[in-house]
Design a protein around this ligand. Structure first.
Ligand code: BG6
Length: 509
């Protein structure tokens, strides 16, 4: 549940065991352990909780602890590491070596968890984190089931078992359904937490607060006042050593299917009946179901896909996508995608939603821009005077802010008009403290709150939309366009908006 009180709620998390599958991977050292460290530092993680890293490579507890300390030192938002916090956390980190398909590895895990239950008073509460390659998800879940590690004790509601599943959740609708089926054979949907780290970002959570805690926006949040909506998630980096994975996915699957679709649903959803997790997710699913299905002709007209070439960005040379490690020499995987979607419901009928995301673009930045209808062209809104449409910008990162573009009279005797901004900056209003997305999400999973996680029907509905696009792209329609690193992507993306007299917003420096 999203908190609706003015102060931070008291945390009542109970101690549990967090088992991280794939604990020697990048995510554990970069994100998960720094999050656990910061939760411990902020007094939000019950002090007797334990972490068990489960992975293939042989390693001692001491080596694992050493590695995690290095990760925290390098990636934690609060540094240097506080020795007092680390001394209490380190003895609660353990390493469990096993391959993911080895039944006795799970039996010994079960024995170890029972011992830890006794020594640390964990009461049988377990959170399994699947941070492996997605090809292992099914195996791990089924092994957990066979070892009896997924069952909930029907006579002890406090001995919960939950599983967090990292993205990518499937490759298309069919694989997502198969994965859901495999997971739901062992875990009930209420035990499953599909992660999308964008939902852990404070500014994304603020979207609902902004929309539903302010009385003035809701009446204009619809087709009568909104001309169109833009959602941009731009990165100025490439695939960063993840070429092997990325080449099998592409931007549509890697970013649009999850992060951008999530942003879209939060902007477009109806007010939920309560802040309860399912009430919010019901409304998000309704938005996804109202997105009109693409015909192949529409995919050709309303989507753009691009791939970056070699070049330079900010004065530094950039290797082309084809030269990245793990990428096929003749790969047609997109590193840029732009999509125009239509939401066919009463609120949004006729309002285009433009989504774009890409790597090696001119600047890093994620924002949502709501473009309102222009004032009628009778008094000031004339070509000579050049007024602009009002635009509400919800800036997610970096330099989180909310801004409204308005027209104002320039000082002087001439009646000329200029766009000005009214801006609220998070750091100015609240200081720079902002917990990392994974802190919030891990804590929510421990508390059993699934509001910020993706439900089964959400993930499947999103794939349904993406599959249609992928189907046409696989047939080469529209063709892949090459763009230079440091640009805003292929010129065709501009054309997507230009034909209706619109243009993409320039992200600020
Ligand atoms: C991940 C994608 O989910 O999100 C990456 O797999 C991408 O390709 C990353 O770089 C972007 O996240 P953020 O939080 O840096 O915007």
């Amino acid at each position: 549940m999203l908190e609706n009180s003015q102060s931070t709620p008291a945390i009542t998390a109970e101690p549990c065991a967090l088992v991280i599958f794939g604990a020697t991977g990048d995510l554990t050292a970069r994100k998960l352990l720094p999050a656990i460290y910061n939760l411990s530092k902020d007094g939000l993680l019950p002090p007797s909780s334990v972490v068990i890293g489960f992975a293939r490579r042989p390693k001692t507890d001491a080596e694992f602890r050493e590695e995690m300390l290095r990760g925290i030192n390098a990636f934690s938002r609060s540094r240097p590491v506080d020795p007092g916090v680390w001394e209490k956390l380190a003895p609660r980190l353990f390493y469990h070596q096993s391959s993911f398909d080895q039944a006795d590895g799970y039996q010994s895990l079960a024995t170890r968890l029972l011992e830890l239950d006794k020594t640390h008073g964990l009461g049988g509460r377990r959170l399994y984190y699947l941070s492996t390659s997605p090809t292992e998800f099914g195996t791990i879940v089924s092994q957990l089931g066979q070892a009896g590690l997924g069952n909930i004790d029907p006579f002890n509601s406090k001995a919960w078992r939950r599983v967090i599943v990292e993205k990518p959740f499937g490759h298309d609708l069919q694989s997502a359904q198969q994965l859901n089926w495999a997971i739901n054979r062992v875990f009930d949907e209420s035990q499953v937490f599909r992660i999308d780290h964008y939902l852990g970002k404070q500014t994304v959570q603020n979207l609902l607060v902004f929309r539903f805690a302010n009385g003035i926006f809701e009446p204009i949040w619809n087709r009568r006042y909104v001309d169109h909506v833009q959602v941009t998630v731009a990165e100025d980096i490439g695939v960063e050593g993840r070429g092997g994975y990325f080449d099998t996915a592409g931007t549509l699957r890697d970013m649009i299917q999850n992060h951008l679709m999530q942003l879209l649903t939060l902007v477009a959803m109806e007010p939920p009946v309560s802040l309860d997790g399912d009430a919010i997710r019901d409304e998000k699913v309704r938005v996804l179901k109202a997105i009109s299905a693409f015909t192949p002709e529409q995919v050709e007209k309303m989507t753009v896909r691009g791939q970056y070439s070699a070049g330079s960005e900010n004065g530094k040379p950039v290797i082309g996508y084809h030269e990245e490690r793990g990428v096929k020499a003749d790969s047609t995987t997109e590193t840029y995608a732009a999509v125009q979607l239509a939401i066919d419901n009463w609120r949004w009928y006729g309002v285009p939603f433009y989504l774009r995301s890409g790597k090696h673009l001119k600047r890093k930045g994620s924002e949502i821009n709501i473009h309102f209808n222009r004032a009628p062209g009778v008094l000031f809104n004339t070509p000579q005077r050049g007024t602009s449409a009002n635009v509400l910008t919800l800036r997610i990162q970096p330099r989180e802010s909310i801004g409204l573009r308005m027209n104002a009279k320039r000082p002087g005797t001439a009646a000329t008009i200029a766009p000005v901004g009214m801006n609220f900056h998070y750091s100015e209003a609240f200081g720079s403290y902002s917990p990392e997305a994974y802190e919030r999400l891990l804590l929510d999973a421990i508390l059993g709150d699934s509001t910020l996680f993706i439900r089964r029907d959400e993930v499947e509905s999103a794939w349904q939309i993406i599959d249609r696009i992928e189907g046409s792209w696989a047939a080469g329609k529209p063709p892949l366009k090459i763009y230079s690193p440091g640009s805003w992507g292929p010129a065709e993306a501009e054309e997507l908006l230009k034909s209706s007299g619109r243009s993409w917003d320039e992200l600020p420096t």
